[in-house]
Design a binder for this molecule. Structure first.
Ligand SMILES: Nc1ncnc2c1ncn2[C@@H]1O[C@H](COP(=O)(O)OP(=O)(O)OP(=O)(O)O)[C@@H](O)[C@H]1O
Ligand SMILES: [Mg+2]
Length: 315
């Protein structure tokens, strides 16, 4: 079982519009509502693979109830922590030419009692978990050391923990030695405080995160692929994608793929890359299932292309 923790989930409303004209009334030609949040995406990908997952989510108000209903309809088990504030509603404006504008709300502030209830819910479900995946930003009210606490508690319970977060939350958590972190290029650059122009720069930065406490670093480098750095050294994986539909959630799909394949080594890296590539071939944040994967297209090598420039350098 893979336990996911999404401290700041959302109800994502996507409007399809011809084009975005500021200051005008824009008529949507389509509308959809999805449960949102990075851990929620991981749970959706795990479910698509036919494996068990529980998604721990603070949920409040009518949007929170709707998130729970939508996940239930998708067959995803939710361990919800009732909170007084309403779950945030995010809005995405999808223009006909493919440009996506997102408006993300801050979300409710969690009280001390709600924070404790959230930790307690993770603790109750941890014993049955192979991995705990903690994903996304922290809502207001949670200290930047909140994920660090969670890492320490997971280790007391003897459960491996993966983190997909950034900034101070990541920095604090490294001290508690998370088993896995999955930064993208931007998050990696921010964590080491310098820009990344090449795969070699990303490798150095990933090694630095290991030195600061991460057991394994799975760095996702967008179209360029992924770097896996662990105690055995480094490996690089990639897969070409002819038609990119949407890269939203590709990192979440990758993390799910890595954990689903055991969470270590070249095979898990190959699965992460296959899941990332499949996710970008699908629209929106749709998570791939086994039928959408093309493992044959994935290359994994221990010869890191150090001098290869990143197609999107991280500043
Ligand atoms: N244009 C692309 N072509 C091929 N593969 C891609 C492309 N974009 C992403 N991928 C695959 O998906 C993985 C994850 O993408 P990315 O690094 O953009 O994650 P991310 O920024 O964490 O995304 P998110 O947080 O939205 O889930 C990449 O490492 C790569 O394997
Ligand atoms: Mg990401």
């Amino acid at each position: 079982m893979i336990l996911t923790v999404t401290p700041n989930p959302s109800l994502d409303r996507t409007y399809e519009i011809p084009s975005l004209d500021r200051g005008e009334v824009v008529r949507a030609v389509g509308e959809r509502v999805d449960p949102g949040g990075k851990g929620v995406n991981v749970s959706r990908a795990v479910t698509a693979a036919g494996r068990r997952t529980v998604a721990v989510l603070p949920l409040g108000g009518a949007p929170g109830a709707l998130v729970a209903d939508l996940l239930d309809a998708q067959g995803i088990e939710v361990a919800s922590v009732p909170v007084a504030g309403a779950t945030r509603s995010n809005v995405a404006l999808a223009e006909a030419d493919g440009v996506l504008t997102k408006i993300n709300a801050p979300g409710p502030e969690l009280s001390a009692a709600e924070q404790e209830a959230l930790l307690d819910t993770v603790r109750r479900h941890a014993p049955g978990a192979d991995w705990i995946a903690c994903c996304g930003s922290l809502p207001r009210g949670l200290a930047p050391s909140w994920y660090a606490d969670l890492v320490a508690r997971a280790h007391v319970a003897g459960v491996r923990i993966a983190l997909d977060t950034s900034g101070p939350a990541l920095r604090h958590a490294l001290r508690e030695r998370p088993d896995l972190v999955k930064p993208n290029a931007e998050e990696l650059a921010e964590a080491v405080g310098r820009p990344l122009a090449t795969v070699g720069d990303a490798l150095k930065a990933a090694e630095e995160l290991r030195a600061r406490g991460a057991g394994t670093v799975l760095a996702s480098l967008g179209a360029d692929g992924q770097l896996l750095v662990d105690g055995d050294g480094a490996r690089f994986g990639s897969a070409p994608v002819a038609l990119v539909r949407s890269n939203v959630g590709a990192g979440d799909a990758s993390l799910a793929g890595f954990l689903l394949a055991g969470g270590r080594g070249a095979e898990a890296l190959a699965s992460a890359v296959a899941h990332g590539a499949a996710a970008v071939r699908l629209p929106g944040s749709v998570m791939p299932g086994p039928a959408e994967l093309d493992p044959g297209a994935v290359t994994v090598t221990a010869r890191i292309p150090l001098d290869r420039p990143l197609s999107e350098p991280a500043t």
